[in-house]
Design a protein around this ligand. Structure first.
Ligand SMILES: Nc1ncnc2c1ncn2[C@@H]1O[C@H](COP(=O)(O)OP(=O)(O)OP(=O)(O)O)[C@@H](O)[C@H]1O
Ligand SMILES: [Mg+2]
Length: 448
């Protein structure tokens, strides 16, 4: 009401202090893609900074440059008002820059303990000098780090016994166990439940209090508004807006991201809802599901909600023939189906799209086209064995356009696409299968 805000969290860029981090006119290209063009980005210590943009906008690439993953970019990086050299991960770490990538599983060694993983960098480093690991010290130190972050995970527990959320906490613990001034979290909440997200936020607030600059990538706007002080919005590899979170309304953020109003980009389409066509009765899987019925009408989207452990994933798996101990009756368009395996399900028009794309959804080393058509290859083969490449290519191109998959072409390796675009490929694969029923399942979440 006309008064000047004196919030302790307010960034002090306008008061003349040099920002902790400045990335200046950053550009980078990959074969066929100009991923970033002249991007400016800056953060202040003791604040959380939201980095947002549509799939393929360049968020992860900008942060990978900051963490030393690429050496072929143009532009400059400054820390505390001085230019620095960051072209390798070690150079970034030595400057106190730590990143937690989205692919949590690949970043930890699952048959080692929590403590060993947290102390990994130092253990390897020390080994050269001493040739000896002091186990007691190692676990005491890692336990102290975990306790300092209010994380209740025993240091001696094996990584393979942890939930995904716990693994992510271990990664963050590892990142901040060494000197950390800038912490990048790339979509950390995507696999987390509500309470796990709350726990992560507590940690982020504590880090802010300790003077760390946290950069937070997420597609969930309410979360960003809950913990971030500043926001940078990107579109098509360029910076479109930087400001204080409090000064930009959520609807404006979406507009900046899309370059158009939400309603223009995604107009409301009326659909006629038909008769019940997918009928599921009395699904039972001992101890997990106790007699569930679903009656789904043609053209209908049905949401399946419930707390962690309520049986949502188990129900999806049972319908898809992936739960051998389950029983129940399923009929599609009046015909009773026999579904004893996922193969039976797919053959009869049921598709399941899992959330965890890296492990189950796509082959990252294969092209977009191979991935899209993998589930329906028989449709593109002549006389049973010859592949009709022209048809395959056309079908892939149509799907790329239909889903707006951002890729230089259908032959690009899926591993080179942005995270969200990889997910679109996983979905496109099943859309090409032209199933009658699509089940979209979130990754099963375990509570902490
Ligand atoms: N190593 C690479 N090789 C080729 N192209 C790449 C590579 N890394 C990124 N790209 C391309 O750069 C663009 C930006 O990708 P980036 O992963 O930064 O997007 P993002 O904003 O993180 O998207 P998402 O929200 O989907 O994670 C994409 O078009 C992507 O295909
Ligand atoms: Mg990304």
């Amino acid at each position: 009401m006309g008064t000047v805000s004196t919030s302790a969290e307010a960034p002090d860029t306008d008061r003349g202090a040099a920002p902790l981090l400045q990335m200046k006119r950053i550009s980078i290209s990959f074969p066929g893609v100009k991923a970033l063009t002249d991007v400016d980005f800056q953060t202040v210590s003791g604040t959380a900074h939201a980095l947002i943009g549509a799939n393929g906008a360049g968020k992860s690439t900008l942060m990978k440059i900051l963490s030393g993953a690429y050496n072929h970019y143009e532009g400059e990086i400054w820390i505390e008002g001085k230019p620095v050299h960051i072209r390798t991960p070690k150079e970034a770490k030595d400057l106190g820059i730590q990143i937690v990538y989205q692919e949590v599983d690949t970043a930890l060694i699952s048959n080692l303990t929590v403590g060993e993983n947290i102390m990994l960098n130092r253990t390897v480093h020390d080994m050269g000098k001493r040739q000896l690991i002091r186990w007691k010290e190692l676990h005491e130190e890692s336990a102290a780090i975990l306790a300092g972050m209010n994380i209740r995970i025993p240091s001696k527990k094996l990584i393979s016994e942890l939930t995904l959320a716990e693994k992510q906490m271990v990664l963050i613990a590892r990142a901040i166990s060494t000197q950390c001034r800038i912490l990048v979290l790339d979509e950390p909440t995507a696999p987390l439940s509500h309470s796990e997200t709350e726990q992560l936020f507590k940690l982020v607030r504590k880090l802010k209090g300790d003077g760390v600059s946290v950069i937070f990538i997420s597609h969930r706007l309410p979360e960003l508004y809950a913990i971030c002080d500043e926001i940078t919005i990107m579109r098509d590899g360029r910076l479109v807006k930087h400001g204080r979170m409090a000064d930009i309304a959520q609807s404006k953020v979406v507009e900046y991201m899309l370059g158009a109003k939400m309603e223009q980009q995604f107009p409301h389409i009326e659909r006629e809802i038909g008769e019940v066509c997918f009928d599921v009765r009395n699904v039972v899987d001992k101890g997990k599901i106790h007699g569930v019925d679903l009656h789904i009408r043609q053209g209908e989207i049905v949401g399946l909600a419930g707390l962690v452990g309520a049986g949502k994933t188990e129900l999806c798996r049972a319908i898809f023939g992936a739960a051998p101990t389950s029983t129940g009756e399923i009929s599609l368009k009046g015909k009773v189906l026999r579904v004893h395996s996922p193969h039976d399900a797919v053959r009869q028009g049921i598709a399941l799209v899992p959330e965890e794309r890296r492990r189950e959804g796509v082959f990252v080393a294969e092209s977009v086209s191979v991935n899209l058509t993998a589930a329906v290859l028989s449709r593109f083969s002549k006389w049973g064995s010859w592949l009709h490449f022209g048809k395959e290519r056309q079908a892939s191109r149509d799907m790329i356009q239909r889903l707006g998959i951002k890729t230089p072409g259908e032959r690009t390796k899926v591993g080179n696409l942005s995270g969200g675009n990889q997910q679109k490929v996983a979905i496109g694969k099943w859309l090409l299968a032209e199933a009658d029923v699509y089940i979209f399942d979130e990754r099963p979440k375990a509570s902490m």
